[in-house]
Design a protein around this ligand. Structure first.
Ligand code: FES
Length: 185
């Protein structure tokens, strides 16, 4: 392969950044300035608390709507944890999401009572209808799909929650109505 003078240096620079990139420089580029400022403010508020990690993650998600993976190095440095430990806690709790949520959040109950009443079939139908998996957002940014483990509505299983509203005895038709309402409403 032949490169012109400019391109040759640019290619080596890209290789350098990929192999030896400075994590914090990279992070500063991918997070917006406002997001970074908010994350740093929450770290400052929480870092000296005992058991600071969970309250800090909640604060970041409440403020930004998600916990960006790019925040892990900042959190790990402030709390003297490894990035892997921060990642492990975020992914252990289904409550936390690592990507910006859509305009609406559709949660599908996967707990026992709902499973007994056919939630597995229902969730397969919802994934297919939206064209996404759990923890993903539709291309138009309208709906984020999340699993949940009991909505306290077991008597009316299977149940889903759309934003703050819980719906019971949900079937494919009801889901189609809900999706249509938020996509066209
Ligand atoms: S198990 Fe689904 S609402 Fe309780």
């Amino acid at each position: 392969m032949r490169f012109s003078g400019f391109n040759k240096y640019r290619v080596w620079y890209i290789i350098y950044r990929v192999v030896f990139y400075d994590r914090e420089t990279f992070v500063a580029v991918t997070l917006t300035t406002q997001e970074l400022a908010k994350i740093e403010a929450h770290i400052t508020t929480h870092k000296n608390m005992p058991g600071a990690l969970l309250p800090l993650l909640h604060a970041i998600q409440d403020d930004l709507g998600y916990v960006p993976e790019e925040s892990y190095p900042y959190i790990s440095k402030a709390l003297a944890l490894s990035v892997a430990e921060v990642h492990g806690v975020v992914t252990f709790y289904h409550h936390f999401r690592t990507h910006q949520k859509g305009k609406h959040v559709l949660q599908v109950c996967r707990a026992e009572s709902c499973q007994a009443m056919g939630s597995e079939k229902l969730e397969a139908h919802i994934k297919s209808a939206l064209g996404i998996d759990y923890h993903q957002t539709t291309q138009d940014g309208a709906i984020t799909l999340e699993p949940v483990y009991c909505l306290g509505n077991c008597a009316c299983s299977p149940a889903v929650m759309l934003d703050d509203e819980v719906y019971g005895r949900v079937d494919a038709q009801k889901v189609a109505e809900l999706i249509s309402e938020v996509q066209h409403g």
